[in-house]
Design a protein around this ligand. Structure first.
Ligand SMILES: [Zn+2]
Length: 83
């Protein structure tokens, strides 16, 4: 039987404009003091320090467009989950 990687549910995402450039924004969950989201390009969890803002991509998928741009992270809350 062929080995099949489990497909994770990607994080909810949005976009954010900074200095005229559009960046992806991913909503994270707080897990053990880190912000964690599922990257749709890597089908993997990426963990970051618990601070909103722009971060370097943690992508292992070399084809991920995020490697060039980085992305923004924000903590998912009940408020922004409605957006
Ligand atoms: Zn990734």
């Amino acid at each position: 039987m062929p080995w099949k990687k489990k497909v994770l549910t990607p994080a909810r995402e949005s976009t954010i404009i900074r200095d005229g450039k559009t960046y992806p924004l991913f909503y994270c969950k707080l897990i053990r003091y880190q912000w964690v989201f599922v990257c749709k390009y890597c089908n993997a969890y990426h963990r970051h320090g618990a601070l909103p803002g722009h971060v370097q991509a943690h992508c292992t998928n070399r084809d991920s467009p995020l490697i060039k741009t980085g992305y923004f992270i924000e903590l998912e809350t009940d408020n922004n989950a409605q957006m």
